[in-house]
Ligand binder design. Structure first.
Ligand code: F6R
Length: 365
């Protein structure tokens, strides 16, 4: 039931404050991740993990890419991320004491399951699943499970599944990091920041009107570029994927530093450039990338933290977001990009909940 909403996608975008909170429930206190957050056997299984291999497809893969930044930053454990359809068809080296982590909303994605089964034969320390569907094949075949509490996701374009995956992945990272020397202070700082996320997402949802207004600038465009740095690069990838899926506008995402290594050649007044630029350590660097785009007549759409001090100028639309912790920023910054693609699709009159050629669950290769 869509309730008051015109589409399931919009309903699901708006459910995010609640489902992110639900995914934290029973897993964190005010300032700590609970030992039992990942189940009773987790303590032993995580103790000697020396490497994390993440496998997923599509949006879930983007969640894995964000997690890599967290795992290496907070836990200091090397982490590799690969799309399942690539992993399963190449020869790979599974290092000793690797935790194999599959991320899947449905838990039935054929490539992800095949990668897991293959890796089991090759031998790894344990399999952890982050999944939204209890009783799915992925859940049944894994040693440890963190269920996201997104509830059923009907819109084919994944929204609330992604932000709850990120929430679960951050909780997992903290549990792993604690075994690898993360200080109590840093853990408390991040857990407190995580508690602020549902409220910050609500604040972003309140910008719906403003985002609907700028979405008009995309209606007659054929291409768009998304830029982000660090853990915001996967957020840019996810923003581009959403725009492609539901509005059929060709969109590509780049790490902002790659702009001058090629894609800058594409930038002109017909190429809108969307940037996610929270006030993290990268904000200053990103500003020079923005200058490069502006100098070529490109129209810029910047989603930035109030404190990032990005000013609206000619051809530059700035949407100010709440101040967020650098670690939790990818969760919050995903939401305005969901809204942007939603509104572009509505304006273009596409079938938002059932985009052409796509299926909700990809159970065949
Ligand atoms: C994009 C989308 C897909 C899925 C992908 C993996 O909006 O929904 O890219 O993320 O098919 O699906 P799951 O997570 O069910 O394995």
């Amino acid at each position: 039931d869509k309730g008051e909403y015109r589409h399931f996608m919009l309903k699901e975008i708006n459910e995010q404050p609640r489902v992110i909170k639900a995914t934290m429930e029973g897993r964190v206190t005010e300032s700590r991740v609970l030992e039992q957050a990942l189940g009773t056997e987790a303590g032993d299984l995580l103790k000697d993990v020396r490497h994390v291999q993440i496998i997923a497809c599509g949006t879930s893969y983007h969640a894995g890419m964000v997690a890599r930044y967290w795992i290496e930053d907070l836990a200091g454990v090397p982490c590799s991320v690969e799309v399942a359809s690539e992993f399963r068809y190449r020869k790979h080296v599974i290092q000793k004491d690797t935790l194999f982590l599959c991320i899947s909303q449905s838990g039935e994605t054929a490539d992800t399951l095949a990668a897991l089964r293959q890796a089991k034969k090759a031998g790894f320390r344990a399999a952890l699943a982050i999944c939204n569907v209890p009783g799915s094949s992925l859940v049944r075949e894994s040693d440890l499970v963190i269920m996201t509490q997104a509830g059923p996701e009907i819109g084919v374009a994944s929204t609330k599944a992604f932000t709850t995956q990120l929430t679960a992945l951050l909780i997992f990272t903290l549990a792993l990091a604690r075994k690898n020397g993360l200080s109590e202070e840093r853990e408390a700082d991040i857990v407190k920041a995580l508690h602020l996320v549902p409220g910050q997402v609500s604040d972003v949802l309140a910008l719906d009107g403003e985002i609907a207004e700028i979405s008009k600038r995309f209606m007659d465009k054929n291409h768009a570029l998304f830029l982000g740095r660090g853990s915001q690069f996967p957020v840019a990838l996810e923003g581009a994927l959403k725009l492609k899926e539901i509005s059929y506008i060709h969109a590509e995402a780049y790490p902002a530093g790659e702009l001058k290594h090629g894609p800058l050649a594409l930038v002109d007044s017909e190429m809108p450039v969307v940037t996610v630029a929270p006030n993290n350590s990268m904000a200053e660097k990103l500003k020079s990338n923005l200058e490069e785009v502006r100098a070529r007549g490109g129209e810029l759409f910047v989603f930035a933290d109030r404190a990032a001090d990005v000013k609206p100028e000619e051809n530059t639309h700035v949407v100010l977001l709440p101040e967020v912790h650098e670690i939790t920023a990818p969760i919050v910054y995903t939401v305005p990009l969901q809204l942007l693609s939603y509104h572009v699709a509505v304006l273009k009159g596409t079938d938002v909940d059932q985009p052409r050629n796509l299926a909700k669950s990809v159970t065949v290769e």
